[in-house]
Write a protein that binds this ligand. Structure first.
Ligand SMILES: [Fe+2]
Length: 284
């Protein structure tokens, strides 16, 4: 069984409590969905120092306000081999294939920011989809495959509360990425895809619209998890620090056994445990 900890959009929130918690929980791998620290390279360096397998994808905020591409280039360089944009990263151990989607995405279908174009170049939606799917189809078929994206795919619903739904402006609409959706369709024709993990669209909806639906399963059995619990640091009524990780347990044969959003106390105690697989079972 592979135990995966997933950190939603960090926005600078990573400290010694997170380091200590990971040491205590000892997941098999950590996946980080981007928007790390507004271009501050100290955070990627900190992720690199962790003593466990880590995979990361950069988000739209990782360019900061720098349209030249140099800030996002520095962030990618600071992450080194942890960054998996359009690439396959084999985590071995524990025996997991992680493929990154298009880095720097702000969602909204297919839009390349000036920073993304400056650093990674122009490309079409189909070229990006091809790069994602080619990386995924190069993964050994005997390893479970996870797609790691900043923005999730289009096709998961057009309501404000859907996993990639636009909530900050009416009318609500599907704000997912079309290249990722196309890549997923191509991959699913060739091999099982148990899990797609992403962030960007925060769980708490704007304008008092409540909480986002954060899990979805499609007809192929692929589970989609929005891990963007923002902020992921808070304190309990006694002032103790609480930290959020999403948590997935994945069997070696690719079956998803557990998906949860979890808040942990300073000693590693589980203080909130929102089990998500049950939500999609109830809808089936
Ligand atoms: Fe974002």
């Amino acid at each position: 069984m592979l135990r995966l900890a997933i950190a939603g959009d960090l926005h600078g929130q990573w400290d010694h409590h997170d380091d200590a918690l990971l040491e205590q929980l000892a997941p098999d791998a950590l996946l980080v969905v981007g928007d790390l620290a507004d271009g501050d390279v100290r955070l990627p360096r900190r992720l690199r120092a962790l003593q466990l397998p880590v995979a990361c994808i950069l988000g739209n905020h990782d360019a900061a306000k720098d349209r030249s591409g140099s800030t996002i280039a520095r962030m990618e360089q600071a992450l080194g081999s942890l960054h998996c944009g359009w690439a396959l990263r084999l985590l071995d151990p524990p025996g997991l294939a992680v493929v990154g989607a298009r880095p720097g995405s702000a969602g909204g279908g297919f839009h390349l920011s000036d920073a993304v174009k400056a650093h990674w170049g122009e490309m079409s939606v189909f070229e990006s989809a091809e790069r994602i799917s080619a990386a995924a189809l190069a993964a050994p078929k005997d390893r479970p495959l996870v797609l790691l994206a900043h923005s999730g795919p289009s096709g998961l619903g057009s309501g404000a509360a859907d996993p990639c739904g636009r909530d900050w402006k009416r009318p609500a609409r599907d704000w997912g990425d079309q290249d990722l959706q196309e890549a997923i369709l191509r991959i699913q024709r060739q091999r099982p895809l148990p899990l797609v993990v992403f962030g960007h669209m925060h769980h708490r909806l704007r304008q008092g619209q409540g909480q986002r639906r954060t899990i979805h399963r499609d007809r192929h059995g692929t589970v989609y998890l929005n891990a963007a619990c923002v902020p992921r640091h808070r304190v309990d009524p006694q002032g103790n620090p609480l930290r959020h990780f999403s948590w997935v347990e994945l069997a070696e044969d690719g079956e998803i056994r557990l998906v949860a959003h979890r808040w942990y106390g300073p000693q590693g105690e589980l203080v909130e445990d929102q089990m998500l697989l049950e939500q999609i079972r109830l809808r089936c």
